[in-house]
Write a protein that binds this ligand. Structure first.
Ligand SMILES: [Ca+2]
Length: 293
């Protein structure tokens, strides 16, 4: 079983069996920004008929940059980063969008450094931008602290496995189908994280307020889940929504619906959830295989 976690939401998937698994969550941006950390408001998922993967892409505007959620990679491992990029304006055709990876610090405030520090390899990879979608592919070889890579960094602030993927380019530009897979060969197209990619977000949460109540008991929120069949086969699945206590031990509410996904299809499902419980709550979306596993 594979789990993905996004702030107050957990999405889980019980289907397995991908040939090459994407280390990124929601690299296809199918319906939500789940799995990504925009560093400004000028980053959005957009539906477009010419998306190279699925039907949604990421649009990055002026002054914006973004990180992926942390992904777990093996020290000394070799991975291939691939995807599609496109200029969002005629002026940006011919320019490049840069990407690199940073260790994820355990301690907020530690200055991140990228993969090239302390090593001889490239620190940044640059994908060409054009008015048409262009595919890019780069091989990343990680330093190995056991052989001296990053050995001057004390281990308490980094677990040597957690990395962020980071993009910075000439806005506006667009990205789609981002994959990080093991080995030196780029996948033919997008590599799924799981057979059905699941991204979940609550679209009507009030802004964070450290001095007041976030939501009153009995309030209703709307959750939106993007379900993307990343395989070449049709999948009949069950979507299960559960409202849980923070520890995951008590279920306050549960609902299920059946969903049929054609190969490559994306479906957006929504859930209006009444918060009829006290405390810190999790709304979990689980996609189950036909046999309920
Ligand atoms: Ca997509």
């Amino acid at each position: 079983m594979n789990f993905k976690i996004a702030s107050c939401i957990i999405a889980a998937l019980a289907l397995t069996g991908l040939a090459r698994q994407n280390k990124l969550l929601n690299g296809g941006f199918e319906g939500t920004l789940d799995g990504w950390i925009p560093r400004s408001k000028n980053v959005a998922v957009a539906e477009t008929p010419d998306a190279p993967q699925g039907r949604h892409v990421l649009r990055v505007g002026e002054g914006a940059f973004l990180h992926s959620q942390p992904m777990s990679l093996e020290p000394g491992g070799t991975y291939t980063l691939s995807g599609w990029a496109r200029a969002g304006s005629a002026e940006n055709a011919g320019k490049t969008v840069g990407m690199t990876i940073h260790p994820v610090p355990r301690w907020v405030g530690n200055v991140p450094f990228n993969v090239g520090v302390g090593g001889a390899q490239e620190s940044w990879w640059r994908a060409p931008l054009d008015r048409e979608w262009k595919r890019f592919s780069f091989v990343i070889t990680l330093p190995d602290y056991r052989n001296g890579g990053f050995d001057y960094w004390t281990p308490w602030w980094w677990d040597h496995k957690s990395w962020w993927l980071y993009f910075e380019g000439p806005a506006p530009y667009e990205l789609d189908g981002i994959s990080v897979v093991e080995g030196r060969d780029a996948p033919a197209g997008f590599a799924g994280e799981t057979p059905v990619g699941v991204g979940v977000e609550i679209i009507d949460l009030p802004p964070y307020n450290p001095t007041g109540k976030l939501l009153e008991r009995g309030a209703t929120v709307t959750a939106r889940a993007g379900l993307n069949n990343t395989t070449a086969a049709a999948i009949n699945a069950t979507v299960r929504w559960e409202l849980l206590c923070y520890a995951g031990k008590k279920v306050f509410d549960k609902a299920e619906e059946r969903v049929a996904l054609r190969p490559g299809e994306t479906r957006i499902v929504t859930r209006r959830q009444k918060l009829d419980a006290n405390g810190t709550l999790l709304l979990r979306c689980t996609v189950l295989a036909p046999d309920g596993t």
